[in-house]
Design a protein around this ligand. Sequence first.
Ligand code: NAP
Length: 505
Amino acid sequence: MLTGRHLIAGEWVDNAQKFVSSPFTGHAKTYSCGTADLIDRAVQAAEDAFMSFGWTTEAERAKLLRTIADEIDARGAEITEIGCAESGLPEMRLNGERGRTVGQLRLFADYIEKGEYLELTHDAAMPDRAPLPRPDLRLSQRPIGPVAVFGASNFPLAFSTAGGDTASALAAGCPVVVKGHEAHPGTAEIVAQAIDAAIKSCGMHQGVFSLVQGGSHEVGTALVQHPLIKAVGFTGSLAGGRALFELCTSRPEPIPFFGELGSINPNFIFPNALANRSEAIAAGWASSLCMGAGQFCTKPGIVLLVEGPDADTFIATAKDALDKTDEQPMLTDGIASAYRSGTAKIAGEPGVEELVGTTSTTRSAKPYMFVTDGDNWLANKELQEEVFGPLGIVVKLKSVEQMQEVARHIEGQLTCTIHIDAADHAEARKLMPFLERKAGRVLANGFATGVEVCGAMVHGGPYPASTNFGATSVGTMAIRRFLRPVSYQDIPLELTPGFKAEEMA
Ligand code: NAP
């Protein structure tokens, strides 16, 4: 039951400006298009809601998060149906992503109930201290206020309306205004219906959540520039993220912009691992490269290995696997067209050999594999740019020492991977100081696609992987983005949020 409307503080709102969705399958539908006025209405309601929501207990917010998860589950079949049609992603992926979405809502509920996230600190008064008495000081982490969230094209559920940014902001006590992504307005609306039902059944202020559908850059611009918005969560392109980041920093009151942008996720294959397992690693790489048509920020876009017969075996095995990979749907016409121009650009670079590649003229993609050498890759910055889709570059290095040169040269990454056997550990140890400086997550003998949602996860990294290297957009630490420390000096305990009632007794 789609209305094609925005959800603004519990009301389904229509407006004259419209856009038409562009599903991969099924019928296009007309949706109301967001405007700056609607953004203002949603943000004002969020600010009203913050005055009560920011002071709710962990138990009250945990109940809201769990109820949202239940309401999403109750609409599971409907969400999968429209999500598949809009995104072109298969049913199994949508079901899996829904599992992850409700899982992270429930994880945040459990996490805030434990209370550790508050980092409560008490330095008791020392009235008799000489030469000066010490006041009573209590520190707690407090929610920052209304948060803007941009739905991501490539994760209609887990990084969109009720995704990780929304879940962590609500867990912190921050109302959320979501700007829906034009690629999946129907999915966004059904998830918003679930959130609306949960807010109503938990008796929360309805300004806690709004969804303003997309339609033009005006909506995103108005959202990040609204004076009552205190932070932004974003997953998307480097160009879009950078533009919005700059709008956030140039406001009269600058605010943090938590953008998760581009990454090529290098895989360094060390000589012993390559000698012992070149075929297995090549098959794993080809499969990870093509997962979800390569439309993952953790896609392993580049492989670095030392030239020689083992490297040749790796390349031949990967080529064989990629040649056999079917064409897959892409999320939007724009993304398919960006993939076509990205592949053509890499193919036109000097010193690059195309081993696999078929251009699709439709909204789908076939894999591309290019091979170059270390010196050429180091000399050409274009080869470091993310191409969204199943495109991989294999870089043949002169020696294992050249891995350090590459690692020093790469930009900030979400992930860096090493493939090692025991006999590679000594060389791998030399690379680690470079890798940990460049990436949010360093992994061994696996592939970075498939991001675990847990306490020890970092999904972020130095620019351009993200705009804020101290943060993660996945896992429980994501809540920190929407909290700030406040010190309460000589404030009576019953007026100080966060400290337990038993301490007051
Ligand atoms: P996008 O173009 O960055 O758009 C994401 C969101 O930001 C949309 O809501 C868009 O609004 C808004 N936006 C972008 N630029 C803006 C600006 N200058 N002012 C105001 N709002 C702006 O990303 P996308 O649509 O998801 O996909 C396009 C490309 O992004 C892909 O081809 C891919 O290269 C990259 N991408 C990367 C990742 C990743 O995880 N690394 C994920 C998704 C996409 P509008 O609806 O108004 O355009």
